[in-house]
Design a protein around this ligand. Sequence first.
Ligand SMILES: [Zn+2]
Ligand SMILES: [Zn+2]
Length: 288
Amino acid sequence: MDAPDPEVVADAFDLLSDPLRVRILTTLWEEDRRGPTSYSDLQDAVGVRDSGRFNYHLSQLTDRYLRKTDEGYAMRPAGVQVVDLLASGVFGEIPERGPVDLETTCPRCSADLELEYRDGETVVECPDCELIACWLLFPPAGVRDRDDESLAWGAHVRSREYNRMANAGLCPFCSREIAIELVHPDEVPLDGHHVLKRCAGCEARLWSSLGSYLLDHPAVVAFLWDHGESVDDHPYWAFDFVMDPAVELLSEDPVHYRQTIERDGERLEVEVAPDGEVVTTRRVRGDA
Ligand SMILES: [Zn+2]
Ligand SMILES: [Zn+2]
C-alpha cells in the first residue's frame, strides 16, 4: 500500500493519546461551525479550569489536527477526518441486526434475500444458495436509528455511491485513480461479480456484478425509463438483471461480456470490453 512512513503515522496517533485531546478536538469541531474559536472560548467550551493542563494538551494537537490563526483555533483536514471516524461509531459498541427477510426473490433460486448487519458490515445474501448481492462496511452510527427497510436502503445508496465514484475512475477511499477490468467467471471470488475496480494506491478492491455496474449507463437508464422504471425505484439487488446468472461471456481472452435486460417483449443488449467500456448497445423487439 502506498502509505506514509509508519513512524509519522505512529507519531500522529500518539498525539491523540489523551481523552482531553479527543474532547478538545470534538469541541472545536462543534465550535468551528461559526469560524475560528478563541483560546478562552475553546477552554470554556471544553470546561477545563486548569489553564496549564489545557494549554499543554491543546499545543499537542496544534499543527497536526488543528491550527492557530490570528482569529483563533480552526480544524485541519486530519482533525476533521478523525472527528468523522469518531462520528461513524466504529469505536463504540457495534450493533447486530438480522437476518431480516427482504421480501425480494433471489435471482438464482426461489428463496428470499436476507439482510444482516454483522461486525460493521451490511450483507445482503440468499440463505439457500448463498449468493451475495451486497457486502460493504457500513458505519455503526448509521445502523442504530434505522429500521430494517431504511438500513437496506442505506446499504443500497452507499454501495451505489461507492460504485458511481469507482466507475468514474475515482477511488472512493483515497481519491486516487482506480482501474476497471472484467474478470473471467472462473476467477471471480464472489459468484456473479464480474467487474473489478482496483486502486493501486490504497489497494481497495470493489467487485460488482455486470448488471449493477451498468445501472447508470445511459442506455440502461433510458431503456428502464421507457418501460416505466427508474434505476432508484428500489435497492439495486431487486432488479432481476443485476445478479443475472445469464450474463454471456462473449470471449475468454480478453474477457468480453454481454448483459441482456428484458422488458415487455423488448431486449436491451449491452456489450462490455475488458476495461469496462461499453462497446455496443442494441435494442431488439420480439424474437429478432
Ligand atoms: Zn438463492
Ligand atoms: Zn484508493
